[in-house]
Design a protein around this ligand. Sequence first.
Ligand code: ANZ
Ligand code: ZN
Length: 804
Amino acid sequence: SSPYNHKEIEKKWKKQWEERPINENDGQKPKYYCLDMFPYPSGSGLHVGHWRGYVISDVWSRYKLIKGYYVIHPMGWDAFGLPAENYAIKMQVHPKKSTAENIQNIRRQIKEISAIYDWDMEVDTTDPDFYKWTQWIFVKMFKAGLAYEKEMPINWCPSCKTGLANEEVVNGTCERCGEEVTKKNLKQWMLKITAYADRLLDDLDKLDWPEKVRKMQADWIGKSYGAEVDFKIDGKNDAISVYTTRPDTLYGATFMVLAPEHEMAAGLATEETRGAVEDYIFKSSMKSSVDRLQDKEKTGVFTGSYAVNPVNNVKIPIWLSDYVLADYGTGAIMCVPAHDERDFEFATKFSIPIVQVISKDGRENPKLDEAYTAPGIMLNSEDFNGLNSEDAKRDVPGILEERGIGKKTVNYKLRDWVFSRQRYWGEPIPIIHCEHCGNVAVPENQLPVLLPEVESYQPTGTGESPLSAIDEWVNTTCPECGGPAKRETNTMPQWAGSSWYFLRYVDNKNQDALVSKEKADKYLPVDMYIGGVEHAVLHLLYSRFYTKFLNDIGVVDFDEPFQKLFNQGMITGKNGIKMSKSKGNVVSPDELVKDYGCDSLRMYELFVGPPDLDSEWDERGIEGVYRFMNRFWKLASDSVGKNIKPTKEMLKIRNRMVYDITQRLESFSLNTVISGFMEYNNKMIDLAKTTGGIDKETLEAAITLLSPFAPHICEELWAAFGNKESVFKQEKGWPVYAEEYLKDDEIGVAVQINGKTKTVIEIPADMAKDDVLIKAKESLGDKLTGSIVKEIYVPGKIVNIVVK
Ligand code: ANZ
Ligand code: ZN
């Protein structure tokens, strides 16, 4: 046979697939929607790390294709956002231009992967035809009361000169540029995602998603059950309400802490403390969120005022400290140092009494070295003494309610979504401000509000977007009263387009609707979503929110966008360092494709390690995959036209291979699929040495199994066996196995004399006892001396011959 020529083969099949598409919608087949998280078209192009996700989703798509589905496998561009804009500022190139160039370049690079993307479905979030609908959704949300304006201190990146959502602040620094984030008071557009908190939480149960991701989402929503308890201020006719999730610890509250921003904070100061209190409030307001959140030493100031614990009338000091967050719960807490770590640290530092109210056995510890946070038996709590603390936790809120000093409450960590950006390269928010009519949505038939050309993309730094400098664009008329009015100049965050793009692919040219009812019913929702774990919280949460809203207004009739989710790990450079241009450790696929072929690189992308974990790229490994391809090529092509009869051994190999590969593929253990191919290939090569080849049906099964991974070589071999139709369009579909060949029919049995193992025999698993004993004695030969007293057979394990 001719040697494996990857260049020729790959060129040939790329062309064939373009001329005769293998993934056709005949209207009969069931659909399967396999979606990639669409990329941001950056200027630096694709490296081998980017390939991994695209290969995984293509393997899955081609597998479904062979299984008889019409596979929806689209690709598009998440193209608004900061990098293009920063590039524009630096190079004075319009983001539209650089984005278009980048898209063209990346599209070409993605085509190198030979994935079955349907490029007719392509979307680009910066295309007015697309963002018209991004704006339309906003208008609908505005009309539903879910988009509102609010003056609030927002996270502000002094370097990017823009507001950031909480999610874009990582450890107190800007996710994009690493600069420390500060606060700034600005009027912001907000989306009321909190109105969906319960549905977003409860519906997690419906999803076939990794447990880890569902937990991350649940934690982000952060629903907690607790109580609000009112503490009277000593000597005043006023009370402070605290939020606690541990009402069982109420008797242990020895002080109270308010966030420095709490509206009552300054008023609690006395003559003696006023200076210190005002000083502390001012200093906290100047602190960046990093300093506040990082677990440095606790700071605080005593206000001079006392609160009265409502259950035992004990007077407790009121402090201010910035470890209490202003916008969670009530912004005030009761502090129980014996049972809360932060409170323990604070009380220890400021010598505040510590009262134990729970212990393992209900007895007081002579000295606590740290907070006791576990449940236990109550003490120092009057009527509750001796009770289990979990019972008290359940009962106390009801008792407080009865006595009118508190109430049961539920709290969420989830906050409404800050939706304004003071940047140029985003969707204009389609709102018009009128002096008479207030905020008015741009009429739906006037969408999209096109992003105008500007002279300078530089953020103004005043908290206004560069759009505010274009008077002829800003000044407009009110759609309601016709009077003079001004356009909103903020733009949407990059998340806006990515929260719903997956709906548009299946109807991307529709001028009248975001997606037609008919196509939505037929092709949506997404069956499998594949992408990086870095999007496990926000992107997925926002997409779920949008989908639920669109479900509520009747655009789609499902309320979860992604049925199944797979998060792939990253391919890293040496020592696990993320591949990036700045680190200089980027491996380009181009040379590898040239030297080893697209098929080998696809295989190697999966072979490097479990697909859900990060894997270090080691270039040398691709040689091994390439050797496998050559050996498989030779084995298969040597058998073409030989008409080999399948032996029992071939049938065993075939069925076990089908079973193993399919199991591993179904469970996404794709690296072990590749090692499995290597193992079975070796077995077939060994066997072929004695049989002169492998039968056609076994090889065709192997080719089919391998085809989602290495499509070009498999098409070529498939055709070599005389098949006229593509391996992906074959009648037979995905290979099936017969159970009978999976059983291990030969087993090893140890043969012992007087309990000492002498040898091991291989026998059929179902061999009768007498036959086993005969075979065992034969196998011992000379070693068996003396007279036999007893012959013992432990079925399938041991034969023991007892001699004297
Ligand atoms: C008394 C107590 C005793 C608490 C104890 C905990 C343990 P999650 O579960 O996160 O909702 N807390 C309430 N509001 C706060 C705020 N604005 N800033 C910082 N901490 C706040 O946590 C709720 C618990 O965190 C509440 O229960 C409160 O402290 C604190 F042994 O109240 B706990
Ligand atoms: Zn008006």
